[in-house]
Ligand binder design. Sequence first.
Ligand SMILES: [Zn+2]
Length: 539
Amino acid sequence: MSKTTSAPSGQPAEDCASNWFSLARDLTLKMVEQPSITGTPGEACFAPWLMQELSQWTCFQRHSHHLWLMPTLNDTCERPILFALVRGQGPETVILTGHYDVVGTENFGHLSSLAFHPEALKEALLSGALPAKVEQDLQQGFLPGRGMLDMKSGLAAGLTVLHEWDPSTQGNLLFIAVPDEEETSLGMRSAVQMLPEVLKQHDLTLVAAINLDATTDQETGEDGQAIFLGSVGKLLPFVWIQGCPTHSGAPIDGINAAFLSSELVRLLEWNPAFGEGGEDPAPPITVLYQSEIRSRYDVTTPAQAWTVFNVLTHHRRPADVLNSLKEACIQSFADALQTLHRRQFQFVPDHQATVLTFQELVERASQCDPEGTRDALSQNPKLDARAASRECCTSLAALARISGPAYVVGFAPPFYPSTLLGDSEQEIHVRSCMQEVVGGLQKDGLSLKVRSFYPGISDMSFIAPRLGPQDLETWAQNAAVPERWTVPDVPLNCPVVNIGPWGRDYHQKWERVHEGHAFGWLPEVLQRACLALLSSGES
Ligand SMILES: [Zn+2]
């Protein structure tokens, strides 16, 4: 949020915001000092450490059973999830949640030992050469450090609201801190499965969840200081390609699979025709993997190639993306033939390509060899999920006796469903509460944007996934390694929004948070949002 009349200042000017400042700032700095890099012992230690800190608060000394840890499901790293409940009146509850893991500090270079010590880091940075914008920010109210923005200051803002929650207030706050958001969101995917039992035990009814994750905005903060009513989703479709191999001395006798993959990538990269437009367009499709598949050198042209695409979604379903990729295969194959014919007239462009979904490939393979198909589908668990998907396709295509040219379209993990407030009574209520908060802030001379989709991948996807009855099935039936990824289908009926800290360059060496926003106004906005969400039952 920014003042309507000027860019954000380093310190909150208004009294109501400054009440929160020192508590939120102290909590953030203490949490940042814990090096909770994803997948390290520092991450595994974080939740027990935070529990110990919070157990000193009066509310948890009075009600020690309102503060507890639960093990993340199927977690080889043993990173617990922290739950903290602060009760007001009645069963209605708002969840405040965020992730406690952070990305690594390699990109801090010689300053990596200071990455978790923001004050010392700021001093060291300012004593060296810095890009002008970073220097200006550090002199004008931004504090650097790994996790300062993403997202310990978000967790701290939520905890600050818990600390100040008056027991006579209508409604309860349930704080949940999860691990592993930066890699596979195992923490949140576990937490949503635990929630029904937690709600039952404590007699809680969910009204909404507020995700506290960070946003970045290189300008004045107007776009970053926002309430997000939804989150972008993500699919990772692959296309496995079979060409017609030939001796490389006579390439015209075949069709090079590597060339087919290039034509496909050329057609798809950033192409709005295969993306999601409309009023609020999703970021464009981009290629993440592109390679020929071969284990050794020889003079035969590549028989097979492999591509994986990053597809961010607002409204599109897995089936839509699958169909769109099939169309792209057909179109890019026609383009490829024409290109080859233009370059070498003796090449006759009369080939037909087989285009299959992964599910269709499995059906064909099991008709030929049911046992071999079962084996191919149980891939080497040591392989990365993307590599295992590729190997699985190659094995199944051999069993199904697929001859080129052919394309197989399917999904690799991960799958993050998009979220967006819909038209149920509860969702309409949440949307109108957010408008009420924004309206109230405007009266105080402050502006806060309401935006549709949080642009980064986040844990919001698993709190209120936008899934139709067929979506999970379509994804799983077309995923080569579906056992590597589960989207828990838990009917929580809990609309989710994101309200988090604002800063710049998260995951980078210059990661920094705007102190006035994160420690002053963010807790204020969160408290107003919680009060609005929880008080309406009374009116
Ligand atoms: Zn984050």
